[in-house]
Design a protein around this ligand. Structure first.
Ligand code: ADP
Length: 672
């Protein structure tokens, strides 16, 4: 791993900031006790009600919000609120200059609604709980990008994310990276996809056993698309897999079981970390400084044939363990069956563990995993939101499930596209009768994550910052500060009452250390360029031929007939494996396989990642020449005797360039 010392420094800073943020959150929580009482009676606008656009003044609902908004916080001394329509000095504000609140459509928020409402109130933004006819700035979806038809603003889901993090898709995406960079991607347990790779699984296990007869592995079988521990079981031998019936209809992943997890109070636990994918192009990743630790409810023993079935011992899922009589709901964030991750780190630190190293390994795991996921996400993105068409921009909070091994190495278990943002739990009053009870640990972590995600996505922030910068520069304002207030300029930082942001940027901050891993991303750019018709996710035979031709990959060693056979072979195999049979053609993973094949043929003797990198360089080089040539032709108005309108889109302009992606301009790569 090529990690710099700066990553360590960051981890150190986090530690200090995490403590400060935790204190601030505790203070806010106290302050919120009064908030909750009023929240229940909060009036909401009628469904479909059209709201006036800027400048938006509070309506009855907002007044309700204002009354129930967070009271003065101990972090900063707030000024007394001015009367409506008046500036802070009792002077009328300049009409039309009042900064409007950011608007959030929460009508599809589902189980994240409570945490979202609290966040919006803390930010003093405006919520539209029943949606709005006019566009909102932000749309908060509980499940998927497609929950609403949106054409502008920002939405908290990426198209295709749910598909990307399914167990099989994630395993495939990580495996591609493991093939290229085995050392860097050793944080994901060895996995096989069932039923397709059952024979391979049997053969590989047998091979390792032959080499090391003392190896007594355990495997965990997880149904694809399952969650909350549903359908999961442990086995000691491949022959124990329940192959009949269900596996055909419900494929699964079988994975090496991590037998030596780190234990606390003799219990196995995992970590739920919240990661914000702020943007795909350019890639921007943030990690929350605190997460949750979910504990098993039965003391851990290494798996043996007697205890394999004991879910409370081996599976850390909250949804399972909450049914154990040993489950402890606690008001304290550092005790009980669900705790904050920071409380675990504190405890480890007190025992002398180097928690900076733990953080730095976790950051690295997160960045590498996102790098594995983004290539296919880009394919989904361009299919749903083609360049040049109106569409929202996307961001998403992901839930990373991580297990710390006894030696403190973090291992990735899975990624959740829709991590639970519920901040209450069910309490059984009498058999079958439940009530929802607030869960302090959930509230502390999740409200901060949602609120600070919103702060980072705030569409008006830039505008406000620019405005205040301009005013700072204005000499008139310096001479007469009152004029400045009369103009309605923001006189205080609207975030002054909030704790520092709990989400820390890790990419592009550490881009230098990790960019060399982004080979598949560059392959995805090539793939997208040749997809041709917008909206599709699969490459047709003509697109593949054009790719070969434009990148000058055919030769006496690789005829176009051989290219066609390569296309048919790989495409057919992938289409028989993948669940999505809607489109015919070559999917990105099949293209990656074909690309590996071509790279190995062309650049023999090098390690795979160097072969692939060399071929990408070569393709990008030829395409950049082509683009330059076309630019010249366009400027002269004619292309090879044809008018510009007759040029197929994929030949005329690269979508990756239209997207604002880096323009290829490479020196000619050396060929072996
Ligand atoms: P689900 O989506 O159903 O929760 P997970 O992949 O998160 O599926 O697995 C459920 C639980 O099983 C995890 O929370 C963890 O406690 C345990 N687990 C999963 N994979 C492994 C593994 N490879 N080694 C050890 N424990 C695992």
């Amino acid at each position: 791993m090529q990690q710099g010392g700066s990553e360590r420094e960051l981890a150190a800073r986090w530690e200090a900031e995490a403590v400060a943020a935790a204190e601030a959150q505790a203070a806010m929580k106290e302050a919120r006790v009064g908030v909750e009482a009023g929240a229940a009676g909060e009036p909401e606008p009628a469904a479909g009600e059209e709201q006036p656009k800027a400048p938006e003044r509070p309506h009855a609902a907002e007044e309700g919000d204002a009354r129930t908004g967070p009271p003065a916080l101990p972090l900063s001394k707030p000024k007394p609120a001015p009367a409506r329509g008046l500036g802070p000095h009792g002077k009328p504000r300049g009409k039309g200059r009042e900064p409007r609140p950011v608007t959030v459509d929460s009508s599809k928020a589902r189980t994240s609604l409570e945490a979202l409402k609290i966040s919006i109130r803390q930010l003093k933004w405006k919520e539209f709980p029943f949606g709005r006819r006019l566009p909102c700035d932000i749309y908060w979806h509980g499940v998927s990008f497609h929950d609403n038809d949106i054409f502008c603003g920002q939405v908290n889901k990426f198209p295709g994310m749910t598909e990307m993090v399914r167990k099989i898709t994630l395993s495939r995406a990580v495996r591609i990276m493991q093939n290229l960079f085995p050392e860097e991607y050793n944080f994901y347990p060895r996995s096989w996809i069932l039923p397709d790779e059952f024979q391979l699984f049997v053969a590989q296990v047998q091979m390792v056993k032959n080499g090391d007869p003392s190896w007594k592995p355990t495997f965990i079988v997880k149904p694809d698309g399952g969650c909350q521990g549903d359908g999961i079981y442990l086995i000691k031998d491949p022959s124990d897999i329940r192959l009949a019936g269900t596996l055909r209809s419900r494929p699964a992943v079988v994975q090496e079981y991590i037998c030596k997890p780190l234990l606390i109070d003799k219990l196995k636990f995992d970590i739920r970390l919240y990661v914000l994918l702020k943007s795909l192009e350019p890639l921007e990743i943030y990690i929350a400084k605190d997460g949750l630790s979910r504990f098993c409810t039965e003391p851990y023993q290494e798996p043996n044939s007697q205890n394999l079935h004991r879910v409370f011992m081996h599976l850390t899922n909250y949804s399972l363990n909450v049914h154990s009589s040993n489950f402890v709901h606690s008001d304290n964030t550092s005790t009980g069956s669900k705790r904050t991750f920071s409380s675990i780190l504190c405890r480890l630190s007190s025992k002398g563990v180097d928690i900076k190293k733990v953080w730095s390994d976790i950051i690295s795991l997160v960045i590498k995993t996102v790098i594995a996921l983004t290539p296919e996400l880009k394919v989904f993105y361009q299919s749903d939101i083609p360049t040049g068409r109106p569409g929202p921009t996307c961001f998403q909070i992901l839930g990373f499930d991580i297990l710390l091994m006894k030696n403190l190495k973090p291992m990735l278990l899975e990624v959740n596209a829709n991590p639970s943002m519920r901040i209450e739990h069910e309490h059984e009053l009498s058999p079958g009768v439940f009530e929802n009870v607030p869960s302090l640990v959930d509230e502390e972590v999740k409200v901060a994550v949602i609120r600070d995600t919103l702060r980072l996505m705030d569409p008006l922030k830039k505008k406000r910052e620019n405005q205040s910068q301009q005013l700072e520069k204005s000499p008139a304002e310096k001479e007469n500060p009152l004029d400045h207030e009369l103009a309605g300029a923001p006189d205080t930082n609207p975030e002054a009452h909030l704790p520092s942001i709990c989400l820390k940027q890790v990419f592009p901050k550490y881009a230098k250390q990790f960019n060399y891993l982004r080979l598949v991303d560059r392959m995805a750019n090539l793939f997208i360029r040749f997809l041709g018709i917008k909206g599709t996710m699969k490459l047709g035979p003509t697109g593949f031929r054009t790719f070969i031709r434009n990148c000058k990959l055919s030769s006496s060693n690789l005829s176009m007939a051989a290219v066609d056979i390569l296309y048919i072979d790989i495409t057919r195999r992938w289409n028989s494996m993948t669940l999505d049979q809607r489109d015919s053609g070559m999917c990105l993973q099949a293209f990656v396989e074909a690309f590996f094949f071509l790279a190995q043929r062309k650049f023999k003797m090098l390690p795979l990642h160097e072969q692939v990198a060399s071929l990408i360089d070569l393709c990008e080089y030829h395409l950049s020449l082509l683009d330059e040539k076309r630019l010249v032709c366009r400027q002269s108005g004619i292309v090879g005797g044809r008018s510009l309108h007759s040029i197929p889109h994929q030949d005329a302009c690269s979508p990756s360039q239209a997207n604002g992606a880096e323009k290829f301009s490479h020196p000619r790569p050396t060929l072996s």
